[in-house]
Design a protein around this ligand. Structure first.
Ligand code: SF4
Length: 247
């Protein structure tokens, strides 16, 4: 499969987002699904995909800490496109995480928290697929700069399809306006990028669009894209006493 991916990659770099999606749906049929965090790129991807394949399979990693606006947008998407978005849940509830790893894990060990609440649920999901589709763009982070339209995901061991990888932010917003695609109202409140409430802040004019994510840490990725940042951090965390308050 890896050598076939290498061959397709050379062709796919010339393809449009529609072409890439069409190839993925035809090649992998029921074994390919779209991952979305419901940022504006994710909305564009869903809109393009829905025009090609009405019975879309979309999933999101629901950390339990998403913004109310994001939960509301997910419901809006389900109605508009007539789909059921699968919510991938972490193994631990927020309360169980606090009991096991202490309060506010994200505030001192965000890689470990992301590993528990994002990476592991995703890993479980992807183990049952042959390919996944993401809405990453190359100019978002340094880890994404070398992403290809079709590539082998050596972290999760399946094909990764990135149809919007060569799109700019301007192009994404042009598409949204042209096709009247719904988007998260947080984008109009100086949140160019968002994830969990605990780890996202609005950005100031002129700041890097990703600077509102994990502010105060070197971290720029949650570990879903690019090289592994989480390693075995989770197992390195000593469980704390179960007498820790869950309040
Ligand atoms: S973004 Fe923050 S709260 Fe969400 S999983 Fe990662 S560290 Fe935890």
């Amino acid at each position: 499969m890896k050598s076939e991916v290498e061959r397709i990659h050379l062709l796919a770099e010339q393809w449009s987002a529609q072409d890439v999606l069409r190839w993925a749906f035809t090649t992998f049929r029921n074994h390919v699904e779209i991952a979305s965090g419901f940022g504006v790129e994710g909305m564009v991807l869903i809109d393009i995909a829905a025009r090609l394949q009405p019975a879309l399979r979309v999933f999101t990693v629901d950390t339990d800490f998403l913004f109310p606006e994001t939960y509301s947008l997910i419901e809006q998407v389900e109605k508009r496109y007539g789909i059921a978005v699968e919510r991938l849940k972490p193994e631990l509830t927020p309360e169980e995480q606090e009991l096991r790893h202490g309060a506010k894990l994200w505030s001192h060990s965000p890689d470990a928290c992301c590993n528990l609440r994002k990476v592991e649920p995703l890993r479980k999901k992807l183990s049952g697929l042959q390919a996944w589709v993401t809405s990453i763009r190359r100019d978002q982070t340094s880890a994404r700069a070398t992403a290809r339209k079709v590539e082998w995901d050596s972290k999760f061991h399946l094909v990764k399809v990135n149809p919007l990888v060569d799109w700019t932010s301007e192009r994404v917003w042009r598409y949204v306006r042209k096709h009247n695609v719904p988007y998260n109202p947080l984008h109009d409140q100086n949140y160019p990028s968002f994830g969990c409430t605990h780890c996202t802040r609005s950005v100031l004019p002129g700041e890097d669009p990703r600077s509102g994510r994990w502010a105060g840490f070197q971290k720029t990725e949650c570990g879903l894209h690019g090289p592994s940042q989480d390693g075995n951090l989770v197992s390195e965390i000593a469980p704390v006493s179960s007498s820790v308050s869950t309040g």
